[in-house]
Design a protein around this ligand. Sequence first.
Ligand code: FAD
Length: 448
Amino acid sequence: VSRWDVIVVGAGSAGCVAAARLSADPHRRVLLLEAGPDRAGPPEVSTTFLDALHVPGRTWPDLHASRSTGAPPRPYLRGRGVGGSSAVNAMIAQPGEPDDYDAWERDLGCRGWSWADVEPWFRRTALVLRTAPRAEWGELSRALGAAVPDAAGGVPLTRDDRGRRVAVDAAYLDPARSRANLEVRAGTAVDRVLLDARAVAGVRTVAGDDLEARTVVVAAGAIHTPAILLRSGLDVAGIGEGLQDHPSFPITIRRAVPADPSSLPIATLARLDSSEARHDLQLLPLDHAGRHAPDLAVLVAALVRVRSRGVVLVGDPDPAADPVVEPRMLSDERDARLLGEAIDAAERVLEHPAVRAVGEVVAYDRTPGGVLEGLGDYVHAAGTCAMGRVVDERCRVVRHAGLVVCDASVMPALPRAGTHLPTVMIAERVAAWLAAELDERGRAGQPG
Ligand SMILES: Cc1cc2nc3c(=O)[nH]c(=O)nc-3n(C[C@H](O)[C@H](O)[C@H](O)COP(=O)(O)OP(=O)(O)OC[C@H]3O[C@@H](n4cnc5c(N)ncnc54)[C@H](O)[C@@H]3O)c2cc1C
């Protein structure tokens, strides 16, 4: 008999939710493994995300991505350690458009994922969501609010009413930590899933330890989950394919008055319509660029309904090596055209007197070559173990009993929003289904 009924790999947005929900039954023994450190203490996560990103060990330091085909690899941000990317993200929490989920069901064949299906699960979240009080908004955020009505009210952020970040570890894991049937083991990177024929038998850590369980939930995020599954030698096609991120184009403003670098960097965003769809363009104001550049603000133009798809590959068989990440953004010509519309919208906003008062726009190149050179991402990686290809509608890996993927990898297409809240919604659903399945197996007298 193994010590664990369920092993959850990765303590990020999805893994913390899954481990907390699954361990609610005291008879179910749950082990949560995380490659990075456990939280050192509250202050690091209460600061701005620009500070949180500099806390040693809290991101994957050598991870790189080539944003567009043939572009040189540049650092790609992913959270590491308990809390995962939710502990370093910009805290914006939006579900996206109802039609994003209707399209998952209607166009991508994911039965049970329409807006009517998912909306109650968004409401169920234990995350605390608040807009920032106006007094905390930086100058560029206020100016964008003046220029675009959609930005005037601010966005929901995962902060409490004292302004402290509420990452998934605080919202979900901390209340569960005292449970005797839950163990959180940080500093433990997983190499691969172990199989007994096609059924799950446990995991092997990068250090070479084998841990047994009949159910493994891989929640290592859209970059590392496919790498783990590719190393595991599964009989499943399509792992790592379909990677999406939201392409962005940052326009820098040299502020007339430098900002306080400990102030809230992002308080709002504007959703705009392109010539093709509703709310598929975003303008995101970054009020300062952190302690090293408090005199710079950035207006980011982004496309949030995308067609381009790339890939995550395992290049080096060493399980400690980072995967190769190629989002191939703008490889679909329509994405390049629509990002151009987002840049047009940003340029109109830059002409608004309130925005002009913030400072001088730093010269930028918006020719096709210049856009490719300046192309940024939105750190919203998703889609690399998509529903309908690698996993079924309950996020179970096809043809491999006991293996579940629970993170942003399973999204069949990116929603028109950040990926944090949608990932938490997915994890809530996957944990509920899995708990019911394990209960059923228990009643039938089968081993966990
Ligand atoms: C800087 C930044 C800003 C962002 N801002 C926003 C925002 O404002 N709003 C929004 O909606 N989204 C935002 N996002 C995206 C959002 O936070 C992520 O999409 C979401 O957190 C992903 O959740 P996940 O569970 O899929 O992965 P993660 O939260 O990344 O969790 C994966 C976990 O698995 C661990 N892991 C990886 N490999 C292994 C292994 N081999 N063994 C053990 N553990 C492993 C990782 O260390 C990590 O802790 C941002 C992301 C970043 C990086």
